[in-house]
Design a protein. Structure first.
Length: 512
């Protein structure tokens, strides 16, 4: 005859004796084997977030192979399970409709099982499942005895779930803190030069749109400062205290873009050893900036369209929509309308994005800002390079820079300032490398009436400039000191332009 009071006390001590629910269940398993036929013991929940039965802890004898932690259930069967809410322990047998349908998923054939509902208040939070090899191993006496310890098992499961949630929340906070710290440090010190001059019209549009929540499209050549403007929109918006997450769509491999943007579930693909939140989830409550949106592959364009329409995402390998409270800003230097005509960009996505376009002028159209930009970059780069005293700028140098045709825009100017500081650490900065002593590169408007009568075409002017930059880079396109870096351009864009203009380069180069 079992002393039920002693049984209850011993089970309670064992199952509630540790926050590590697997260790607690292991201790309880050894004790329960004295009273029940028992080869495995599981604490399970019906996890609605993944529509599956999930084992929180699972203990078995050495001869038993532990089953999967997550048991995926078909949608129609899952809906039936959700309506089944037992309150008392039940011997599982295939005659019951639910168990007959579940049999292939819970390995019922050739085994005996008891399911004990674990209830707190009015809510069934999970189940304790006992399993023994062979059929007909459990009797009503086993069911009655197991019912006496439902409460301590329910408390243990509730504690385990709360502890699991706390650990996940802590990891999420640490992950977000690390991610946002990197984002903030990378953007620290950025400011808008020319807000009252060459960028006045742009800033007026920023002030108009920032307080709203609509999608913004930033258009402009490479290096015109689209990220800085996106940051300004976020900083002037009601979301300024939320995250600002930047994604360069052209810098992520096509097979990784969905996972990077939308996240993935554990096991969604080879190597997905844990659940991962994507950039859209990280931006919840703030702003996401999608740079180089024209590089987004077709399948990601479809997912992005859904986000813009419903403000919901689905992780790769998941089926549950996840709401996101975000503001979307996108940017590109490409002609999206032309891409739509060429069927490389979705027309419906283009209409969604082109609600409030802001066109950033190239640096050659805001020459009045060049002196201020140059002085700003001198101060900034001296700090980065560890120079204690910023050098002065020689007379005439700023005029030389102002008259220059900046194909790489602000980024090209930034790179030029850094290179000048490295090459000339003493004395004033002259920026003589801009023209390399060659009068052919002086803008036509400074050459007099005779030169104006024989203007070069735009392609000729661009070709001349690219040729000189290639000489400075010794014909190299990629890498540090390469032509793409000197110009502040994407290497692929530069190669396309060189091919279009018929300029040879690299190993194919014979002459420039």
């Amino acid at each position: 005859m079992v002393n039920r009071d002693e049984f209850f006390r011993e089970v309670t001590i064992r199952i509630c004796g540790s926050l590590d629910v697997k260790s607690a269940l292991s201790n309880t398993f050894d004790y329960l084997r004295d009273y029940f036929p028992l080869d495995s013991l599981s604490l399970t929940i019906h996890d609605t977030s993944i529509s599956a039965i999930r084992r929180i802890a699972n203990i078995a004898t050495g001869k038993v192979k532990l089953t999967d932690e997550i048991i995926a259930i078909p949608e129609d069967l899952w809906n039936n399970i959700q309506t089944w809410k037992p309150r008392a322990p039940t011997i599982i047998h295939p005659g019951h409709d639910i168990f007959r349908q579940l049999a292939p998923y819970i390995k019922l054939k050739g085994n005996s099982k008891i399911s004990l509902p674990l209830v707190l208040g009015e809510e069934t939070i999970g189940f304790l499942v006992l399993c023994a090899h062979g059929e007909g191993r459990y009797a009503p006496d086993h069911v009655d005895l197991l019912a006496t310890v439902a409460s301590p098992f329910a408390i243990a499961l509730a504690n385990a779930l709360s502890y699991e949630k706390l650990l996940k929340y802590s990891d999420k906070l640490l992950d977000d803190n690390d991610f946002l710290s990197r984002e903030l440090s990378r953007r620290a010190g950025s400011e808008i030069i020319g807000a009252d001059s060459g960028m006045r019209n742009v800033m007026e549009m920023v002030n108009q749109v920032a307080p709203l929540n609509n999608t913004v499209l930033l258009l402009g050549e490479t290096g015109t400062g689209k990220e800085v403007i996106a940051n300004a929109i976020h900083a002037a918006s009601p979301r300024k205290h939320g995250p600002f997450v930047k994604v360069n769509c052209g810098a992520i491999a096509e097979n990784l873009i969905d996972s990077e943007l939308f996240g993935h579930e554990k096991g969604a693909f080879t190597g997905a050893v844990s659940q991962n939140r994507g950039r859209f989830e990280r931006a919840d409550g703030g702003t996401i900036f999608l740079d180089e949106i024209g590089e987004l592959p077709p399948q990601a364009q479809v997912r992005l369209l859904r986000v813009l329409q419903s403000r919901e995402i689905e992780r790769v390998g998941g089926s549950r929509p996840i709401p996101v409270d975000i503001r979307v800003i996108v940017a590109t230097h490409r002609n999206l309308e032309e891409m739509v005509r060429q069927n490389t960009f979705r027309e419906d996505l283009w209409f969604r994005l082109n609600v409030f376009p802001i066109i950033l002028p190239p640096l050659r159209q805001r020459r009045e800002d060049i002196p201020a930009l140059t002085r700003y970059f001198v101060r900034q780069k001296c700090g980065e390079l560890g120079f204690s005293d910023p050098p002065g700028i020689a007379p005439g140098a700023l005029e030389r820079l102002t008259n220059y045709q900046w194909l790489g825009n602000v980024r090209e100017l930034e790179n030029l300032v850094e290179r000048e500081l490295i090459l000339h650490r003493s004395g004033k900065l002259k920026f003589e490398s801009v023209f390399a002593g060659n009068r052919e590169e002086i803008p036509l408007e400074n050459r007099g009436e005779e030169a104006l009568a024989t203007r070069l075409t735009l392609d000729d002017a661009i070709a001349g400039h690219l040729g000189k930059v290639l000489k400075l880079a010794a014909g190299r396109i990629y890498g540090p000191g390469g032509a793409a870096e000197l110009l502040g351009m994407n290497p692929s864009t530069l190669r396309w332009r060189l091919d279009k203009l018929g300029i040879t380069y690299g190993r194919r180069k014979k002459s420039v």
